[in-house]
Write a protein that binds this ligand. Structure first.
Ligand code: CDP
Length: 362
């Protein structure tokens, strides 16, 4: 067959496969970069080594001379051995041609997409982010005076990654108390804005936090977009975070076990938590879920606006000086980009089960 025609046919076949893989890879890459607080390129580099080796081997194998010629030309035994390995890998890659090409192309393309921040959602299974609920029991003094051994599940992650849904289901499954810590920051933001206070004044916001009336946490409208924006503005202040620390720690150590979700639970509030999960997903998937959730509530919002909000919130939460959003080094990473609620919950259960076994075995 004419070489050009074969190339064209191969391209027509490979390009869609590579594109599909690239979208998925870009999503996972962005989520992992966010979790580790690193750049996309730094996160991608180790993952690109094998595709690069396979790609080079394949190119050499298809276009280069035969093995004996290489070995003769190599000059040194080490170089000859290296070339033999490449030749072997190239032969393998040639056999797996249809798998290798989309894989290599997809990873390179995915990294490019992720760097440009321009990639499509990998899958549109919206997790339910509707009712968060706040377990009022436990928002009292008893939690702070626990003498029995508790078991803390610390769940952190960016907005709309699914952590609230997972946290609530874990709490129900294991019979633990649940605290949505975002609600505390939302309440502070709401109270401060209702009183016309300056949200950028850390000392004033700290005073509001200290005087917070728990009754406000029952206000369902705190789960709205506006309160989320206010929350991320007041959450940057050290006095605000300090005012909430003791309460959260007390809740975490209450007898019978507790699940807390937020941004700094595994890193600052409970570095000693028995189970730590960092729930993440690509910004596009998260924005799609938020948009669907708002549409389901009859709100007219467009995806692009929500995506901008998600990205701005990520920037603010990861870039702040006090307790920035980060995965704790010992946290298990749970990327929900391509998981539905049930799969994400099952994965989280496996992580908690493993921690429970570890503790019981200790
Ligand atoms: O539900 P969603 O993830 O959108 O928001 P949330 O968990 O209610 O948190 C709202 C905002 O509060 C976040 O964007 C953070 O800026 C802040 N927050 C925080 O700084 N630390 C926490 N432990 C929880 C929330």
């Amino acid at each position: 067959m004419n070489g050009w025609l074969a190339g064209l046919l191969a391209f027509v076949f490979f390009a869609p496969l590579a594109f599909i893989y690239a979208r998925s890879f870009a999503g996972r890459l962005q989520a992992a970069a966010l979790a580790r607080g690193r750049s996309v390129v730094a996160t991608a580099a180790p993952k690109l080594v094998w595709p690069a080796v396979l790609g080079c081997a394949l190119a050499l194998r298809l276009s280069g001379p035969d093995l004996p010629e290489w070995q003769l030309a190599a000059g040194s035994r080490t170089l000859a051995a290296g070339l033999s390995v490449l030749w072997f890998l190239g032969s393998l890659a040639a056999i797996l041609f249809f798998v290798v090409i989309p894989f290599v192309m997809g990873r390179l393309l995915g990294t490019l997409f992720a760097c440009m921040g321009k990639f499509a959602a990998t899958r549109d299974d919206p997790l339910s982010f509707g009712a968060r609920g706040f377990t009022r029991e436990g928002f009292g003094e008893d939690g702070t005076e626990s003498t029995q051994m508790g078991f803390t599940v610390a769940i952190d992650g960016p907005a709309a990654a699914g952590k609230g849904t997972i946290a609530k289901r874990l709490a129900a499954h294991y019979g633990f108390a649940y605290l949505d810590t975002g609600l505390l920051y939302r309440a502070i933001g709401r109270v401060a804005s209702q009183r016309g206070l300056d949200l950028d004044d850390g000392a004033t916001m700290g005073t509001v936090a200290l005087a917070l009336d728990p009754a406000i946490l029952d206000d369902g409208s705190l789960r709205g977009r506006e309160a989320g924006e206010l929350a991320s503005r007041v959450a940057v202040h050290a006095p605000v975070r300090a005012a909430l620390t003791e309460f959260q720690r007390g809740f975490a150590r209450r007898p019978g076990g507790a699940v807390l979700d937020g941004r700094d639970i595994g890193t600052v509030i409970c570095p000693e938590a028995e189970a730590k999960i960092f729930v993440t997903a690509s910004p596009e998937v998260r924005a799609r879920r938020r948009t669907d959730e708002l549409h389901a509530k009859g709100r007219a919002v467009d995806y692009e606006t929500i995506l901008d909000e998600v990205l701005a919130r990520d920037r603010r939460d990861t870039g702040r000086a006090t307790a920035p959003l980060r995965a704790a080094p010992d946290a298990a990473l749970l990327d929900t980009s391509e998981l539905d609620i049930e799969e994400a919950f099952q994965a989280a259960c496996r992580i908690v089960d493993a921690s429970l076994h570890r503790r019981n075995g200790a």
